[in-house]
Each structure stands twice: as structure tokens, then as C-alpha cells.
Ligand binder design. Structure first.
Ligand SMILES: *[C@@H]1O[C@H](CO)[C@@H](O)[C@H](O)[C@H]1NC(C)=O
Ligand SMILES: *[C@@H]1O[C@H](CO)[C@@H](O)[C@H](O)[C@H]1NC(C)=O
Ligand SMILES: *[C@@H]1O[C@H](CO)[C@@H](O)[C@H](O)[C@H]1NC(C)=O
Ligand SMILES: *[C@@H]1O[C@H](CO)[C@@H](O)[C@H](O)[C@H]1NC(C)=O
Ligand SMILES: *[C@@H]1O[C@H](CO)[C@@H](O)[C@H](O)[C@H]1NC(C)=O
Ligand SMILES: *[C@@H]1O[C@H](CO)[C@@H](O)[C@H](O)[C@H]1NC(C)=O
Ligand SMILES: *[C@@H]1O[C@H](CO)[C@@H](O)[C@H](O)[C@H]1NC(C)=O
Ligand SMILES: *[C@@H]1O[C@H](CO)[C@@H](O)[C@H](O)[C@H]1NC(C)=O
Ligand SMILES: *[C@@H]1O[C@H](CO)[C@@H](O)[C@H](O)[C@H]1NC(C)=O
Length: 517
């Protein structure tokens, strides 16, 4: 019971949910054959329903009753099946958390096949989520397909406020599992990571993809659920973001079988390749050892840089100009007016506080700030992992500074001091278009005439980049999330030119490059 109450979904009416749990708990006592409640489920209300005793209904019943709890075909925790003739074909798919043994896994999936049609009567498509397994059926093929749809994503969190777990501390573990899980071979697309050594409290993280996803789909699925973590779980002691094809979860306690996760895969059937994932956990603890060594080193480097910065800045004002001249040569003088110093930026963003953070990308983090003169700015702090040198940074700034158009986000300046590479843009209040278009409520806020105006604005911005600016620039990463809207809903193209700042995965960054310098 306590476990059942532990989580609730997006519905803010949690007393009602608890009451529902209580009632269902009572009914469990009364009807012994009833299946345990799902943690969460989703019935896709907008999609078509079927009629009782229709062909689809019979096919669904046939496919579900075929999964028995002692079906030894359920190996490595995965079931996949389809039945019937188009257009009444039913597809079903389920998988267990990576560490769950075949016995409990079968029971869990079997329970789900009984519970799900009860929770979603007459619905053609549904997904049910237990702690140990996930199961879904649909009228369209689901095997090996992954398509991101934000309305499919489920958020669960631990309602207790976090006392110790801080965002960054959790993020390290989530990052680890997010990048490790897709590297496993198809029967083991999961990863676990934990840190129990810090004073900030224990963190256990787990990520998994449905075994039918390709590595690439797995990677993008996990990236999407990972990006959802701040939405649900900021400051919470535990949370999960779940897509029908993958999920990511963290807690302050051990919620998976640690020995099962850290042991070698017990040579599942048809495994001909023992992928490098075999030692996934040992690499995990190696990395955390490395982290233990590297973090103090990084901290001391940063500290000494900060001290150095302060000393340098005190010495003479000319110093920052000499950095400019060193890095920008003759053109440095053009750029001088664009240069901000680090102290100003730190002041404007509250020393890059979490509160001011408005976004995160491969290149680094974006903060909102307010300059002493009251101007609102967006501050892009390029990640330190960037291997790009000052020379390329110079090219980017020179390029972007020369682009001025009302449908492009304006670069107000930059800051180049010691370790920091920072770009300062005008602040655009109404977020990117995808926030409107992919949100079923906000969709209606954009009328057709506004949409038309936005489309026209994007076209003008592009036409400027391609034809009328002093340099021909090809954006190469034009997508909804890179089109920002100002408070009059004028579109502004953003995020061009940062690709070469990136030192991480090719597939995330290389499409962002500016050509034509
Ligand atoms: C289908 O049958 C079930 C009981 O067998 C009933 O509860 C449900 O309301 C029926 N649905 C429709 C759409 O007739
Ligand atoms: C049930 O399972 C058996 C054996 O796995 C299979 O031959 C049969 O087609 C299945 N029936 C349905 C309705 O999926
Ligand atoms: C899973 O089911 C689909 C049909 O829905 C089939 O095409 C595919 O071969 C199956 N894959 C496995 C591994 O059973
Ligand atoms: C499945 O249901 C049975 C009976 O309702 C229950 O005892 C069992 O714990 C459930 N198993 C899982 C993994 O949910
Ligand atoms: C996303 O899901 C919603 C609700 O299930 C559906 O109405 C919408 O068409 C889907 N969008 C896409 C792009 O598939
Ligand atoms: C968590 O913190 C928020 C804001 O500080 C507060 O409103 C809420 O009641 C707290 N919840 C719990 C369970 O302590
Ligand atoms: C991970 O958790 C296990 C079990 O709680 C613990 O033995 C191990 O030391 C932890 N590893 C790290 C790196 O904290
Ligand atoms: C955890 O996994 C190990 C190895 O697979 C197994 O021996 C142990 O019984 C499992 N523990 C639980 C509680 O299931
Ligand atoms: C855009 O932002 C302005 C100012 O923040 C706000 O008043 C307006 O409602 C926003 N427009 C939409 C469509 O959200």
C-alpha cells in the first residue's frame, strides 16, 4: 500500500488518486483474483475505439490470452507478437526491467495482459506500466519503431521533497546510464549507475530501452526522456520519465537487483556476440573512481583559474584588451564593443544559478540574465568539454556579429575570459515554436494568421542568410526548437554556428555547422 501511494502521475489531484488507490486496495481484499494496480497507464483516448465482440476485440482477446505466466518462450524478458488480418491486426509488445528474472518477469507481463484491457476498455491502443515490466498493444506495428510524441511521455516522481539530492549530482548518474544503455547488445539495452559515497545522499539511476529498438533509436529515445527529467523531477528525491519504448529513473534507494545488474549477462539464447556491455557495471565503478580523482583536480584547476582571473583583472584593465588582440588580431578592435566581462555576466545570471537556467544543449547551458541597465539577455555558456580553440570561437563571433536581421536572434556580445567562452544574446520571451505546436492546449493559441506570419518571418530570415547577408550562411539545423518567438510572436532563428563548439557525439552536433566563412 505504501508502495502504491509512493508515486502518483501528472494529475495534481493527488488526494483523489490516493483515494482511488485506497478503493482499489479494498477491492483487492474483496476480489482476490484482481491484478495489482499499474504504476501508471495510458489509454490513448483520442484514438479510435472498438466495439464489443468486433473482430478487433476477438483478436485482442486471442493475443492476450496467449501469454500465460508459464510461457517459457518469454526469454530475456521480452514478448512480441501480432495476430489477425489487416485492418484488424493486433500488435503486442512487452519487456521487463533488465535485472528482473524470467519467473517474476513472466508473472508481471501476464498480470499486465489481464489488467490492461480492464483499465482501458474498448481502446485500441494502451500501455501499462509496472515497476518490473511494461506492456502495450496497438492496432499499428510497434515492433522496432520509435517515434517521439510528447503526449506519449509519462512523468512519475517521488512526492517527498529532496533534502539532499541536487540536480547536478543526480545528473552525473543519469548521464552515465543514458549513454551506456544504448551500447548494450539487443537483449541488454539497459544500464545502472549509482553513487553512495557522497555526502549529498545516495543516488541510484537506471535506464532501459525496449529490446526491439535499434541503438540509434534507443539513443534518441533516452535523450528525449532524459530531457524530460527537469519537467517532472527537479528537486525531487526520485523520479521517472517513461516513453512506451524506453525510460529513465532515479531514486535515493536501491530499486533494482544490484547483483543481477553488475554480473555478466547469463548468456541469453542466441547471443553470439558478447558485446562490451558485459562489464557495464565494472566500467561504471571504474568511471566513478576516475570521477573521484578527476573532480578534485578539475575543482582545483577551476579554483586556481578563478584566483588567476581575479589577480589578472586587478592588475590592469589593459589585460582583457590584450587577450582580445591576441585572439582576434586586427579585427579585435571591431569586437571590443561586443565584449562583456565575466563579472557582469555572473552578476546578471546570479552566478549561473540553477534558477536562471532556461535550457541545455549539446554545446552547453543557457541562462536568463538581467544586465545592470535592465536589458534581459540569454547567456549561452559553452561547455568546458568543448575542444574548440579560441580561433574558431573568434570566427563564429565575427560571423554572427555581422548578421543582423529582425528574424535572427541578435548577438549582443561575448565573454572570453580564461576558461569561459560565453555568448550573449537578446532574450526572446515566448520560447520555441515546438512548445506551442506539440502541446495539445497551446496549439490553439496560434491562429492561422499568426502561423502565416511566422512562416513568412522564417522565410525572410533564411532568405537573408542565403542571399542578402555579407556572408552566405547555411543554417543546416533549422527545426522547430531553433525558432524562437518574441512577445509579438515574431519568429527568430537561433542556434546557428555553435556546432563546431561541440566535442561530443558527431550525430548530435555535426549538422549544426555554418558553411561559407
Ligand atoms: C463492452 O462489454 C463490457 C462488459 O463485457 C461493458 O462493461 C462495456 O461497457 C461494453 N462496451 C461497449 C462499448 O459496449
Ligand atoms: C499462441 O501461441 C502459439 C505458440 O506460441 C502460436 O502458435 C499461436 O499463433 C498464438 N496465437 C495467438 C492468437 O497469438
Ligand atoms: C516481432 O513481431 C513482428 C510483427 O509484429 C515481427 O515482424 C517480428 O519479426 C517479431 N520479432 C521477433 C524478434 O520476434
Ligand atoms: C501478479 O499478480 C499476482 C496475483 O494477483 C500477484 O500475486 C503477483 O505479485 C503479481 N506479480 C507481479 C510481478 O506484479
Ligand atoms: C501524438 O499523440 C497524440 C495523442 O495520442 C495524437 O493526437 C497526435 O496525433 C500524435 N502526434 C504525432 C505527431 O504522432
Ligand atoms: C515540497 O516543497 C513545496 C515547496 O517548498 C511545498 O509546497 C510542498 O508542500 C512540499 N511537499 C512535501 C511533501 O513536503
Ligand atoms: C553502488 O551501490 C552498491 C549497493 O548499494 C554499493 O555496494 C556500491 O559501493 C555503490 N557504488 C558506488 C560507486 O557508490
Ligand atoms: C539478484 O540477482 C542475483 C543474480 O542474478 C540473484 O542471485 C538474486 O537472487 C537476486 N536477488 C533478488 C532479491 O531477486
Ligand atoms: C508571449 O509573451 C508575452 C510576454 O511574456 C505574453 O504576454 C504572451 O501571452 C505570450 N504569448 C503567448 C501566445 O504565449
Amino acid at each position: 500500500m505504501v508502495q502504491l501511494l509512493y508515486y502518483y502521475s501528472c494529475v495534481p489531484l493527488w488526494p483523489i488518486v490516493s483515494l482511488a488507490f485506497f478503493i482499489s486496495f479494498l477491492s483487492h481484499l474483496l476480489i482476490l483474483t484482481a491484478q495489482p494496480e499499474f504504476r501508471d497507464y495510458n489509454c490513448y483516448p483520442k484514438r479510435s475505439n472498438f466495439k464489443n465482440a468486433s473482430v478487433y476485440h476477438n483478436n485482442l482477446k486471442a493475443i492476450l490470452s496467449n501469454f500465460s505466466s508459464d510461457d517459457t518462450n518469454i526469454e530475456y524478458g521480452f514478448i512480441n507478437s501480432s495476430y489477425g488480418q489487416s485492418p484488424n491486426m493486433v500488435y503486442a509488445l512487452g519487456f521487463c526491467r533488465g535485472d528482473v528474472k524470467p519467473g517474476p518477469c513472466r508473472t508481471c507481463l501476464h498480470n499486465a495482459t489481464i489488467r490492461l484491457p480492464q483499465k482501458c476498455p474498448n481502446r485500441k491502443e494502451a500501455v501499462g506500466i509496472y515497476d518490473d515490466c511494461m506492456f502495450r498493444y496497438s492496432y499499428h506495428p510497434i515492433y522496432g519503431t520509435y517515434k517521439y510524441n510528447i503526449s506519449d511521455v509519462r512523468y512519475l516522481w517521488n512526492p517527498a521533497n529532496s533534502t539532499k539530492l541536487t540536480g547536478a549530482y543526480v545528473e552525473v548518474q543519469l548521464d552515465k546510464v543514458k549513454s551506456q544503455a544504448p551500447t548494450g547488445e539487443s537483449h541488454r539495452r539497459f544500464a545502472a549507475a549509482n553513487d553512495t559515497t557522497s555526502k549529498s545522499g545516495d543516488v541510484y539511476a537506471f535506464a532501459q530501452c525496449s529490446p526491439d529498438l535499434s541503438q540509434d533509436d534507443c539513443r534518441s529515445c533516452l535523450q528525449n526522456v532524459y530531457d524530460g527529467i527537469p519537467l517532472c523531477c527537479e528537486g525531487k528525491n526520485g523520479g521517472r520519465v517513461i516513453n512506451p519504448s524506453c525510460y529513465i529513473r532515479y531514486e535515493s534507494y536501491l530499486f533494482y537487483n544490484y547483483t543481477a545488474v553488475s554480473s555478466q549477462p547469463s548468456s541469453p539464447p542466441s547471443t553470439t556476440v558478447t558485446g562490451p556491455e558485459g562489464g557495464s557495471d565494472s566500467t561504471g565503478s571504474q568511471t566513478s573512481n576516475v570521477v573521484k580523482i578527476i573532480i578534485p583536480v578539475i575543482i582545483s584547476v577551476i579554483l586556481s583559474c578563478l584566483v588567476g582571473c581575479c589577480l589578472l583583472r586587478r592588475k590592469t584593465r589593459n589585460n582583457s584588451q590584450s587577450i582580445l588582440r591576441e585572439n582576434f588580431g586586427e579585427e579585435g578592435s571591431n569586437l571590443k564593443s561586443l565584449q562583456f566581462n565575466l563579472v557582469t555576466i555572473e552578476g546578471a545570471t546570479n552566478k549561473f544559478s540553477e534558477k536562471n537556467k532556461i535550457g541545455k544543449g549539446g554545446f552547453g547551458e543557457v541562462y536568463k540574465g538581467i544586465l545592470p541597465d535592465g536589458r534581459e539577455i540569454a547567456v549561452k555558456r559553452l561547455s568546458k568539454s568543448s575542444v574548440q580553440g579560441n580561433l574558431e570561437f573568434k570566427n563564429e563571433i565575427l560571423l554572427i556579429a555581422k548578421l543582423q536581421h529582425r528574424n535572427l536572434v541578435t548577438l549582443l556580445g561575448f565573454c572570453l575570459e580564461e576558461q569561459e567562452k560565453i555568448l550573449i544574446y537578446e532574450y526572446v520571451p515566448n520560447k520555441s515554436i515546438d512548445f506551442f505546436l506539440f502541446d495539445s492546449e497551446k496549439q490553439s493559441l496560434l491562429t492561422w494568421s499568426e502561423r502565416f506570419k511566422i512562416i513568412g518571418g522564417i522565410a525572410q530570415g533564411l532568405s537573408y542568410l542565403h542571399e542578402h547577408s555579407r556572408l552566405k550562411v547555411i543554417h543546416r539545423d533549422l527545426k522547430l526548437s531553433n525558432i524562437l518567438l518574441d512577445n509579438k510572436l515574431n519568429p527568430k532563428i537561433s542556434n546557428f554556428g555553435m556546432a563546431r563548439m561541440i566535442s561530443i557525439d558527431e550525430d548530435q552536433g555535426s549538422t549544426n555547422r555554418i558553411v561559407g566563412t
